[in-house]
Design a protein. Structure first.
Length: 348
């Protein structure tokens, strides 16, 4: 089991069963973290507790905390985000957009649709497969993924840093963990966001019913703290263009946080943004939204800015990217729409 970094590299869309134990009849009551330490090779108590905090340890198919006390005939399963076998990473000659490279790291502007690392249903064609072809001897992170310090979702575009040395990986990972990196995303969300700027705070953990989503929990004992700062860039009546700066970097953080405050990302199928959530019942409006979805066939999220301290020189490095063409096309459609429609009078 991997000790999660700040970026939660080991949280993915699917969970796979790695261990299953049935507690024998004669077992005395014992905390589950202590119980599993005796059964799983190389498992530390800290790693087991992290797995429990992430909702990955189940007793009788119900997620439990690390202080749960096992009892006779309990069925314990440990679920992790990667298959229970080591994937051989096949080097593939795939194009990657490298915007900067030196001896310590490289910066990639990831195209939407490219999965960052192999996992369930995506064992080839990933960024890691491409990196294995283009670079030799990249350092492995705690999840045995070469070069990766953080990740972004398959259908999110934008900047990603890849470490080329062990020292660079350690240095960069510490910056992400210490929350000293600068990360700005651009998002198009449903609804007219009321405040010009704001902060969303709420622990994130897997949704109790839909394990493919993350959700906000009021209980401080559930999940991990997550903080997103946002500000409005442009308003289109039924949708709003915003900037999001991350203080933490949890899985699906912006997607889950924006849904939590009632503004799911535009065309984010996982979180309900692929439905028409605001606007009119007019047929022409429905057609307009469908055209927007065709222009931007993914969640409207782009990792625009990434800043951090150079692991070798101590210099502040800051990188910025333009919105990809699909995102620009969708925004332009909305700009043209609001020029010819009064959304305040139009909405029912």
């Amino acid at each position: 089991m991997n000790n999660n970094s700040e970026e939660n590299l080991d949280l993915e869309d699917e969970l796979f069963e790695h261990y299953r134990f049935e507690v024998p009849k004669g077992q005395a009551f014992l905390r589950i973290d202590k119980y599993l330490m005796n059964l799983i090779q190389n498992a530390t108590r800290n790693k087991i507790q992290n797995a429990a905090n992430d909702g990955n340890i189940f007793v009788n198919d119900i997620p439990v905390k690390s202080n749960y006390k096992v009892k006779p005939l309990d069925v314990i399963t440990v679920m992790l985000s990667h298959p229970p076998f080591e994937n051989h990473i096949l080097p593939e000659d795939l194009p990657i957009n490298i915007v900067y490279e030196d001896e310590a790291f490289l910066l990639i502007n990831k195209e939407p649709g490219m999965v960052v690392h192999p996992g369930h249903g995506n064992y080839t064609g990933t960024l890691v497969n491409a990196l294995a072809h283009h670079f030799d001897n990249l350092p492995m992170n705690s999840s045995e993924r070469p070069g990766l310090v953080h990740r972004i979702d398959k259908d999110t575009s934008g900047l990603l840093v890849v470490a080329k040395t062990e020292a660079a990986m350690t240095h960069l990972a510490k910056q992400f963990e210490a929350k000293t990196t600068e990360r700005e995303y651009i998002a198009l969300v449903w609804g007219n966001v009321a405040a010009e700027a704001g902060t969303i705070e709420g622990n994130l953990a897997r949704h109790l019913k839909d394990r493919m989503q993350m959700a906000v929990f009021a209980d401080p004992e559930i999940g991990k703290p997550a903080i997103t700062h946002y500000k409005v860039l442009e308003r289109f009546g039924y949708v709003t263009l915003i900037s999001c700066k991350l203080e933490t970097g949890r899985t699906h953080q912006i997607r889950a946080h924006m849904k939590h405050i009632g503004h799911p990302l535009f065309n984010d199928e996982r979180y309900g943004g692929h439905l028409i959530l605001k606007g009119t019942t007019f047929t022409k409006y429905k057609q307009f939204i469908e055209n927007c979805f065709k222009a931007l066939p993914r969640q409207a999220l782009h990792a625009k800015t990434l800043g951090f301290i150079h692991p070798n020189t101590g210099e502040l490095m800051r990188f910025d990217t333009e919105l990809p063409q699909d995102f620009q096309d969708c925004i332009e459609k909305w700009r043209n729409y609001v020029k010819s429609h009064n959304t305040e009078d139009e909405e029912e």
